[in-house]
Write a new protein. Structure first.
Length: 473
């Protein structure tokens, strides 16, 4: 998300995982369960979460912008009526969402859905012209309220009222949001409850300019099949007065919450999550089911935000991989191991590689939970890992790759060729870098057969694509 993604938030989250320090990376060593592998590291840059577009985190800029910002100080009252609470805004009046323009995340919200799909397909066709044919986009039956991960930033408006919502594009001003057309409705309800509880618990929202206050963000993840709900309270300091009572009261109002985590982020950056966490209630993660497998998802691991479409996407990825039960498969940029674990049932063995240590830990647990023994995970940079594999003379039959928005690297793709992989399945969240990488793969002797877009992010301009490649020389 350079992250225009579902706007305001993703960029931040991605950065959540974004400590670029390389020192702690495991150099291709197998990760033992429970062994600490250094910190997670690098921008994830997927459009799965809403991001602040172009935000510069400098304090000064924030202060100036806040001063200019007062116009968005009123909570949004209605979302679906088609009427804007703020009068006199021509465009906003027509929109399904009263804060569409300030938020900037749902660039296509008011376009008929069939047209959204056509527009995305066209873009894909333009970018992949001369590379491979593009099939019709696979859309959703109901393209609303699909995000199972919801993030809200907390603040106060000019009059001191507690608000929560998203950052206005390119700023640190908070646009109050009570309901969002693409977010899980239960998650929005819980965020509303938390907003309403803060005053009586004397919990202050964090002020980025003064550094005072406690609550910065709330992040909610909901298991689509399991219904499990994780609430992450991001606080500026570890000291959380009356936290037990707060947790108790929140659970009374929402008994459906299965775990509550306090994440401490004392940094003056625009990242959402800090490195430290305390589990306040429950097991500290949720479990969800996808394509018949169970997955453990913790607060900082990547997990696709649109479960309905993810099932379709993964099913297609496996179909294109065409596994017979004998192959050695590499699942690169594997996150919590979803694709590889699903593929392992039809493969000889699977090697998963992922840079984020929390995700790798989840992946290892996920393999165990699903009683899968022919998959192994490594915490490393995918490019470096593949170079090591190729240099060691190891072979792979099929490579499934699902890189972040920045795409893959030449060293990664060179190594695919060096290892002699016959088939590559490329899952992409950024058609521009996909086109670039496919052109490079062509030079290496890999022909792209077809590309199919999956609408993982209705109402936004983001396009997820799967493309299969076969080795022709
Ligand atoms: N395949 C997974 C995750 C895809 S998201 C799924 O479908 O859920 C992309 C993943 O790439 C993220 O988990 C991110 O942490 C990881 N990543 C980003 N840069 C990487 C790199 N250089 N090497 C390995 N993994 C990387």
């Amino acid at each position: 998300m350079q992250e225009k993604n579902v706007q305001g938030k993703k960029k931040q989250e991605k950065k959540v995982q974004g400590n670029k320090s390389q020192e702690n990376r495991i150099q291709g060593k197998r990760v033992q369960e429970g062994k600490k592998q250094g910190s997670p590291k690098r921008e994830n840059k997927r459009p799965e979460s809403r991001a602040v577009k172009g935000v510069k985190p400098e304090q000064k800029q924030r202060t100036e912008q806040k001063q200019k910002a007062a116009k968005f100080g009123k909570p949004v009252l209605k979302q679906q009526s088609g009427q804007n609470v703020e009068k006199g805004k021509k465009n906003a009046k027509k929109s399904m969402c009263p804060v569409m323009r300030q938020c900037g995340g749902c660039q296509m919200l008011d376009m008929p859905y069939a047209e959204q799909l056509k527009t995305k397909r066209k873009r894909l066709e333009t970018l992949l012209k001369g590379i491979c044919p593009v099939k019709d986009m696979i859309g959703m039956e109901d393209p609303f309220y699909y995000r199972n991960k919801v993030h809200a930033v907390f603040d106060r408006d000019r009059r001191g009222n507690i608000i929560s919502g998203i950052y206005q594009e390119n700023t640190h001003n908070v646009v109050p949001v009570e309901k969002c057309m693409i977010e899980d409705q239960k998650a929005d309800e819980i965020i509303g409850t938390i907003r309403g509880m803060l005053k009586s618990f004397k919990i202050r929202t964090f002020d980025e300019d003064t550094g005072y206050g406690l609550l910065r963000h709330v992040l909610i993840r909901r298991g689509f099949e399991s219904g499990e709900i994780m609430v992450v309270l991001v606080t500026a300091s570890p000291v959380f007065p009356s936290k037990n009572n707060f947790v108790k009261a929140l659970r009374e109002k929402h008994p459906e919450i299965t775990t509550i985590v306090q994440n401490i982020n004392g940094r003056g950056t625009s990242m959402v999550l800090g490195e430290k966490e305390h589990v306040l209630y429950g097991k500290g993660y949720i479990v969800d089911t996808l394509c018949g497998c169970s997955f453990r998802i913790s607060s900082r691991s990547f997990y696709q935000v649109n479960p309905v479409q993810t099932e379709k996407l993964y099913t297609k990825a496996l179909e294109l991989a065409g596994l017979t039960g004998k192959e050695t498969v590499v699942d690169a940029y594997c996150g919590i191991g979803t694709i590889g674990i699903i593929a392992s049932k039809k493969a000889g063995n699977v090697i998963g590689v992922e840079l984020n240590q929390d995700a790798v830990r989840d992946a290892i647990n996920n393999a165990k939970m699903n009683q899968i023994s022919n998959i192994h995970f490594f915490c490393n940079d995918a490019g470096r890992f593949l170079v090591n594999m190729a240099e060691a003379g190891e072979k792979a039959d099929v490579v499934i790759m699902d890189p972040p928005r920045s795409g893959s690297t030449e060293e990664f793709m060179d190594s695919i060729a060096k290892m002699g992989a016959k088939k590559v399945v490329y899952v992409s969240c950024n058609p521009e870098t996909l086109a670039r990488d496919l052109a490079y793969m062509k030079k290496l002797g890999y022909k792209a057969k077809e590309a199919v877009g999956f609408d993982m992010f209705p109402a936004t301009e983001h396009v997820e694509t799967i493309c299969s490649l076969t080795r022709i020389k």
